[in-house]
Design a protein around this ligand. Structure first.
Ligand SMILES: *Cc1c(COP(=O)(O)O)cnc(C)c1O
Length: 381
């Protein structure tokens, strides 16, 4: 993946001189830093960044510059990435299943916190991680609606098992904490409420005073024009419910946003390869590229179309079936997308809010996906 050193004013300034079909990811560092400040100022606790959502160096550099001091990592590679760019940051290794060689790297690079959801994996941590000053957070799950994607299907102990694990963690001498991940793109603040109340019940049942409660990620980004994320309402709910549930044993709070921090700082520009018999639209990027996530969590309608000269198409919208460039028949965007009637072959179709789970999961399947990141001051215009 290439990174241009030039900073452009806005996408259209670059697109006017962009010859070729390769998709381009526009990145606005100022928007990322502004979003980081919104979390740092608004969230009532420690903000850590879920690195997997977008591990590009420029993302970590700008988050570190904005004051993000903690990172949620899932692999030795992500641990080394953070140690390289933000050497003093706190590392939270929240992939609850780790090989012994992965744990050895974590110990060597001084990871601060580990999540766990099973007795077998806790036994490995007890054996390999010197407990003094290190935190182990027990991850639990609930059947909760409100997320675009159910994370509980893979990780998280039941309430009963989490209670036993929390007791074991405390007895082993680790700093005992609890964590959950409510899902992703949770537009309803209520997604956090029952988890926080249950965390208090687990701590009471285990008779363990927890040091911290990590309320996971799941903070929404702006994907649909009609649904603007209500971050302040979510922060307020988390703050209020934590006090109600824990009273004077209220733990410190941690959050680990990925999407909510990074998505809105990026815009993807793809190009119209062809409009088949005036009907099906074929783009130069699709579900094997930066749009990989759309079939899993739903479409994005924050879209604009620009001519090769960078002029915005203002025609009335019509619902189109949109395909990506590969020869695989699943390479289709979900549902239909409203695109202007005056859109033509060679035009650019821009998708806003595409910074999460896009750069990281892009593939070169069928020879497509030659994605580059271009830095701009703004993403509009
Ligand atoms: C993926 C993940 C996150 C980030 O989720 P977003 O929905 O992008 O905020 C946070 N915590 C854990 C444990 C995760 O696996």
């Amino acid at each position: 993946m290439g990174l241009s050193k030039t900073i452009w004013t806005q996408p259209s300034e670059f697109l006017r001189i962009h010859d070729g079909d390769a998709p381009v990811m526009f990145f606005a560092p100022g928007l990322l830093q502004a979003m980081a400040r919104r979390f740092l100022d608004g969230f009532p606790g420690l903000v850590t960044y879920a690195v997997k959502s977008n591990p590009a160096d420029v993302v970590i550099e700008n988050l570190a510059a904005a004051g993000v001091r903690g990172y949620d990592v899932a692999s030795p590679e992500e641990i080394r990435l953070i140690r390289r760019i933000a050497p003093d940051a706190a590392l939270h290794y929240n992939n609850p299943v780790r090989s012994r060689s992965e744990i050895a790297v974590a110990v060597e690079l001084d990871v601060d916190s580990y999540s766990v959801d099973s007795h077998s994996e806790l036994a490995k941590l007890i054996e390999m991680v010197p407990a003094a000053g290190k935190e182990v957070t027990v991850r639990f799950k609930l059947p909760v609606k409100g997320a675009a994607y159910d994370f509980g299907a893979k990780f998280g102990a039941t309430v009963e098992k989490a209670t036993a694990l929390l007791r074991e963690v405390a007895e082993a001498g680790f700093i005992p904490s609890l964590t959950f991940h409510p899902g992703t793109q949770c537009t309803d603040p209520a997604a956090w409420e029952s988890y926080i109340r249950t965390a208090a019940e687990i701590a009471r049942a285990a008779e363990v005073r927890i040091a911290r409660l990590n309320v996971g990620g799941g903070f929404p980004s702006h994907r649909l024009n009609g649904i603007v994320p209500q971050l302040d309402a979510i922060f307020a709910l988390i703050d209020r419910v934590t006090t109600e549930a824990f009273g004077d044993t209220r733990p410190a709070l941690v959050c680990e946003p990925g999407r909510g921090l990074v998505a809105d700082a990026f815009t993807l520009a793809t190009r119209v390869r062809g409009i088949r018999d005036g009907d099906h639209v074929f783009l130069t990027d699709g579900v094997y590229g930066a749009l990989a996530e759309l079939p899993l969590i739903g479409g994005i309608d924050r879209v604009e179309v620009r001519s090769p000269e960078g002029i915005r198409r203002e025609g009335e919208g019509r619902a189109c079936i949109v395909f990506g460039p590969t020869c695989d028949s699943v390479d289709r965007l979900p549902g239909e997308l409203s695109l202007p009637v005056d859109m033509a072959e060679g035009d650019f179709v821009l998708f806003h809010g595409l910074g999460a789970y896009s750069v990281a999961t892009n593939t070169r399947f069928n020879g497509f996906g030659d994605l580059s990141i271009v830095t701009t001051l703004a993403l509009r215009g």
